[in-house]
Ligand binder design. Structure first.
Ligand code: S3P
Ligand code: PEP
Length: 449
């Protein structure tokens, strides 16, 4: 769990060209789901390439508390002996999901249609995040939630003893909400239907299908409609987790802004519900080539070759927000080095992530000499162009891994060093970030800890 230790101040200094091969860790979204679906299956699921970040380790611990046998066999090699759909035991301890919105929301969904109670909590960041978006739909299945005012953790969920299936149109673009409803639907008789206005990341659908559930998707006048047949027998699988495009974003963007750089980031998922950043960067003029395109672990992947590029600002289509939702912080860093203005509309969901990411990036970039404009739903970055980004300030990371990593990348190309007050949250999603970036030539130091 993050946020419990001593804050680690980190500083990043201007470096020479970044070169080499950046093997980023396994996908966080897929890692959570592999553990949860493994726990809901009959038999032993084997997982390779699991992300061993704090968020995922907290989900592994939670699956043990619900009765699954979860074992680490070697780096990234795990097995889960599942209890089957509807087989969760009542945990005898509070489920602490640390910093992870995905962990807590998906697990709440997965237990909501079993006749058990579970109490959930998390770190100071997670305890501020809205859970009503999951407790509203699981109440329709018959579950009850008792949390703090405003639907905040800690919260106890009483699962439905006699669940009914649900038809639910998600009020916001959220793969976590969609997934919570689908996982709850597993133990409800009949069909559970989720309708999304714009499709969000589809790992839950792909993996449910892979584990043997009957699930279909169609585009209708209502939107993107997903139909799941309840009470399937999920069958244990071998899951090879592809590398995380959201982690790949950091070395990719660093190479684009540090003059003379050329790196390769192999095996990065190019799932169309996740690849928005790469499309946006290409539109900004980025020299990125997609080599060796293939399928790994049921996901389209490619090796990305990235060279330093002179970039220009643009308007990022709001319709692309879901496909790059976690990449806006690092995109705003790239935009600071571009020529011209980058306008990012349709991003209000960033306000309810690990931090208010619009505010965290705006304040940190301003402190480092970048002109910013913002409203509730939009972030606008005025690129510094050939003059360069001044840097020289400390940014607050607000217990948010993506904010911390973004400012470390800023420091790699800014004129003066850039610091973050606390880089410890980086361990939630990218525990090898500092070593990996140092291997490419970056200069990040810990000032303490
Ligand atoms: O389903 C998932 O694995 C995730 C969904 C997204 O959150 P929302 O569902 O809140 O958009 C994303 O920001 C998060 O990092 C992971
Ligand atoms: C938003 C994120 O994660 P979560 O919602 O799982 O905390 C993220 O990793 O950027």
């Amino acid at each position: 769990m993050s946020g419990h230790g001593t804050p680690i101040k980190m500083t990043s200094r201007k470096c020479g060209p970044l070169t080499g091969i950046a093997e980023v860790p396994g996908d966080k979204s897929i890692s959570h789901r592999a553990l949860i679906l493994g726990a809901l299956s009959v038999g032993e699921t084997r997982i390779s390439g699991l992300l061993e970040g704090e968020d995922v380790l907290d989900t592994a611990k939670a699956m043990r508390a619900f009765g699954a046998e979860v074992t680490q066999h070697g780096p990234g090699e795990w097995s889960v002996h599942g209890v089957g759909v509807g087989g969760f035991a009542e945990p005898d301890q509070v489920i602490d999901c640390g910093n992870s919105g995905t962990g807590v929301r998906l697990i709440m969904g997965a237990m909501a249609t079993s006749p058990i109670a579970a109490t959930f909590t998390g770190d100071a960041s997670l305890r501020k995040r809205p859970m009503g978006r999951v407790t509203d739909p699981i109440a329709m299945f018959g579950a009850q939630a008792y949390g703090r005012q405003g639907g905040k953790l800690p919260m106890t969920i009483l699962g439905a003893a006699d669940p009914v299936p649900v038809r639910y149109a998600t009020p916001m673009a959220s793969a976590q909400v969609k997934s919570a409803v689908l996982l709850a639907g597993l133990n409800a008789p009949g069909q559970t239907v989720v309708i999304e206005k714009t499709p969000t990341r589809d790992h839950t659908e792909r993996m449910l299908r892979g584990f043997g559930a009957e699930i279909s998707t169609e585009e209708t006048a209502e939107g993107h409609v997903i139909t799941l047949q309840g009470r399937p027998e999920l069958v244990a699988q071998e899951v090879a987790v592809p590398r995380d495009p959201s982690s790949a974003a950091f070395p990719v963007c660093a190479a684009l802004i540090v003059p003379g750089s050329e790196i390769v980031v192999p095996g990065v998922s190019q799932n169309p519900t996740r690849n928005g950043l790469f499309i946006t960067l290409k539109e900004m003029g980025a020299d990125i080539t997609f080599e060796n395109e293939r399928e790994e672990g049921g996901e389209p992947v490619a090796d990305l070759r990235v060279r330093y590029s002179e970039l220009h600002g643009l308007e990022v289509p709001a319709a692309r927000a879901s496909a790059q939702i976690d990449e806006y912080p690092i995109l705003s860093v790239v935009a600071a080095f571009a020529t011209g203005v980058t306008r990012m509309p349709g991003v209000h969901e960033l306000r309810v992530k690990e931090s208010d990411r619009i505010d965290a990036m705006a304040r940190g970039l301003e402190a480092n000499g970048v002109k910013i404009e913002e409203d509730e739903d939009t972030l606008i970055v005025h690129g510094c162009g050939p003059q360069g980004v001044p840097g020289g300030a400390i940014a607050a990371s607000h217990l948010d891994h993506r904010i911390a990593m973004s400012f470390m990348v800023l420091g790699m190309a800014a004129q003066e060093p850039v610091s973050v007050d606390d880089g410890s949250p980086i361990a939630t999603s990218f525990p090898v970030f500092e070593d990996l970036m140092a291997g490419l030539g970056a200069r990040i130091v810990r000032e303490n800890g």
